[in-house]
Design a protein around this ligand. Structure first.
Ligand code: PLP
Length: 393
């Protein structure tokens, strides 16, 4: 298959040659009619797989009722979603925007304003090596991916980096300018590295002791991905501020910034955005959340996650590979000394879509409503891909 002419697209990502035309549930179809079991799912966005009825029906209904209005007006979907999300999360107020990076940008602003009002102008937010928070200038500065500090200098100041799962490294950075600690409970782009429960509990205690805000970036870990609605529930620790994105409207752009009441210090004019809280995305998210929040749905995520992790451990043992890491349906297999991008290509040739967040690991983010048969099928396809790698070597 020859690559399509891409001269009209800016050179920001290397894409495989396939042009995809249709998606349904766990599967994606290309122009020549080949089917792929999709364990990328729009980068963990399609929580319910491709084009689920709940999304297409809500989109059609809301689009013909009230598609868009000024962010300075109320709509029913906006009010209902705000009520539902605050009730589900135990946080008090919410601001809606479009992308994960924008929600995090809002979290940074909220923390800085809170520091100005309550902590003598403290503004530093401790973030982590290998952490990922998005691609605006401030969220890139909060990101700890190797090399990112040099992309677009100068960086936005105020994001000292600690080591993940190392509480002492956080404590060592706390000073009079510190206002918050921000982290992903499971580092996703960093290669699926879960925080240890002790680390999360220790961070909560450290923040309480020093009067700092604890910010969970749950753009990837939230919305059911870990088998609980939020990672905060998996770890049984309540953050002061939490951001959501990706799966929140299961394929429609929407993100949220949630916070405890006494951190909610925005006043009119402090924060906004043209599409903030638009009824179309809010209506979809309301119906999606009804599904995601069901205990039986979340139990399936946990079961399928355990099935996937066990299958990956079997493949790791069979082929002499590395660690299996993850929680729920966010899993990675470490491939020591092999080129993960090559494995991604071999898997695609077998009909399985994966992603390689690091040069030596592959990540799986299947739809949260995956069946046991679909997980088994993906494991068999990965087995075939790893086997073909062996023959090639
Ligand atoms: C994807 C992601 C983001 C950025 O979200 P966008 O919608 O791409 O802006 C931020 N934080 C985490 C943890 C993510 O996984």
């Amino acid at each position: 298959m020859s690559a399509p002419a891409t001269h009209a697209l800016m050179n920001t990502v290397i894409r495989p040659p396939q042009v995809f035309v249709r998606g349904r549930g766990a599967y994606l179809y290309d122009e020549v009619g080949l089917a792929y079991l999709d364990w990328v799912q729009g980068w963990a966005v399609n929580a319910l797989g491709h084009s689920p009825d709940v999304v297409t029906v809500a989109l059609a209904r809301q689009a013909s009722t009230l598609l868009n209005l000024s962010p300075a007006y109320y709509s029913r979907p906006l009010l209902q979603l705000a009520g539902r999300l605050t009730a589900l999360s135990g946080l008090d107020q919410v601001f809606f925007i479009n992308s994960g990076a924008e929600a995090n940008e809002g979290a940074i602003k909220l923390a800085r304003k809170w520091g100005r009002l309550n902590k003598g102008g403290a503004y530093e937010i401790i973030t982590f090596d290998n952490g990922y928070h998005g691609r605006t200038l401030a969220t890139m500065s909060a990101t700890g991916k190797p090399g990112w500090a040099d992309y677009y200098p100068p960086q936005v100041p105020g994001f000292p980096k600690a080591r993940f799962n190392d509480l002492d490294s956080v404590a060592a950075l706390i000073g009079p300018a510190t206002v918050a600690v921000m982290l992903e409970p499971v580092q996703g782009e960093g290669g699926v590295i879960p925080a240890s429960p002790d680390f999360i509990a220790g961070l909560r205690a450290l923040c309480d002791e020093h009067g700092l805000l604890l910010i969970f970036d749950e753009v990837q870990t939230g919305c059911g991905r870990l088998g609980t609605l939020f990672a905060a529930q998996h770890y049984r620790v309540q953050p002061d501020i939490m951001t959501l994105g990706k799966g929140l409207a299961a394929g429609v752009p929407l993100s949220a910034l949630l916070a405890r009441r006494d951190c909610c210090c925005f006043e009119p004019g402090d924060q906004g955005g043209t599409f903030s809280g638009a009824p179309l995305a809010c209506a979809v998210a309301l119906d999606v959340l009804e599904i995601l929040a069901q205990p039986a749905f979340l139990a399936n995520v946990a079961e399928r996650g355990a099935q996937l992790a066990a299958g990956l451990a079997g493949l790791s043992a069979r082929y002499g590979l590395g660690e299996v890491r993850g929680i729920g349906l966010l899993q990675a297999l470490v491939l020591p000394g092999c080129d993960a991008l090559a494995v991604v290509e071999l898997a695609r040739a077998k009909g399985l879509l994966l992603n390689a967040p690091r040069p030596s690991c592959v990540r799986m983010m299947p739809a949260l409503n995956s069946t046991a048969a679909e997980i088994d099928q993906g494991l068999a396809l990965l087995d075939a891909a790893l086997g073909s790698r062996r023959q090639a070597a």
